[in-house]
Design a protein around this ligand. Structure first.
Ligand SMILES: Cc1cc2nc3c(=O)[nH]c(=O)nc-3n(C[C@H](O)[C@H](O)[C@H](O)COP(=O)(O)OP(=O)(O)OC[C@H]3O[C@@H](n4cnc5c(N)ncnc54)[C@H](O)[C@@H]3O)c2cc1C
Length: 219
């Protein structure tokens, strides 16, 4: 099928993108397009305009700040996997992302896109909930931070307001001596998982003091 007709707007900067978004409820953010474009082709949505945020440099920053690893929304999965800070302070992200699709899709698909889309079969939303990441949103009334546990409201449903853009995801670095783990079952490597699990265990003297598990599955 072919997508419905829509306009295209390339945002100059974050303020420009928010400005267009706040004036049009049917405007939709275009990040890597790896989930959005297939849904348009299947006519599952009918946006008036796609606001391309791909040229906004600040959204590609990956940095360590105040005890958090902050990943800019437009960082591609491949860039996150090859980032030294990520591999030093949260190496499990590399393991998780290596199971997300194939290299071509990982080169385009973005961290913010995956977290904002909220697919229940996706790995990153589950991981964000496990470690209770901070989701940074910018809108016409400024910036606000929502904890990942509050961010997801249901399948593909988040608390992003219609004038807001997800700008970064902040993961706490110090996991309080918790060991993080991840596994999933797929039909073929690169497919969405049929089911998967991310978890953390805190041990003291070989006794499990605390275990947290978050499942994701192909509904
Ligand atoms: C064949 C195939 C296999 C895949 N396998 C997996 C997999 O195994 N695991 C997995 O997790 N993903 C998988 N994906 C999806 C991939 O990870 C995408 O990168 C991801 O879903 C979203 O990325 P995107 O940057 O392309 O977002 P887009 O497709 O551009 O956007 C997705 C949605 O999020 C919104 N959005 C995007 N960015 C923002 C933002 N900054 N602020 C507010 N809203 C925003 C858009 O408006 C849209 O509604 C697969 C995709 C394909 C095509």
């Amino acid at each position: 099928m072919k997508s419905p007709a829509f306009s295209y707007y390339e945002a100059k900067d974050l303020a420009d993108a928010i400005n267009v978004k706040k004036t049009d409820d049917d405007a939709v953010i275009l990040a890597g397009g790896q989930s959005l474009l297939p849904t348009l082709n299947m006519r599952l949505s009918n946006p008036s305009v796609l606001i391309d945020i791909g040229k906004i440099k600040e959204l590609r920053e990956i940095k360590i700040e105040d005890g958090y690893l902050s990943i800019g929304a437009m960082s591609s999965h491949s860039k996150v996997m090859s980032n030294e800070d990520v591999n030093e302070v949260l190496p499990i992200l590399n393991k998780i992302l290596s199971q997300v699709a194939h290299p071509a899709i990982r080169n385009k698909g973005t961290h913010g896109g995956s977290v904002a889309y909220g697919d229940p079969a996706a790995e990153l939303p589950a991981f964000a909930v496990l470690v209770d990441a901070q989701i940074v949103l910018s809108g016409s009334s400024g910036e606000r931070i929502v904890s990942a546990k509050e961010f997801y409201k249901g399948l593909f449903e988040t608390s992003i307001n219609s004038d807001e853009i997800l700008t970064s995801v902040k993961y706490p670095i110090n996991q309080n001596n918790k060991q993080l783990f991840f596994d999933e079952i797929t039909r073929r490597h690169g497919d969405y998982a049929m089911a998967g699990l991310v978890g953390s265990i805190k041990q003291k003297s070989n006794i499990n003091e605390e275990i947290n598990l978050v499942f994701f599955w192909n509904w």
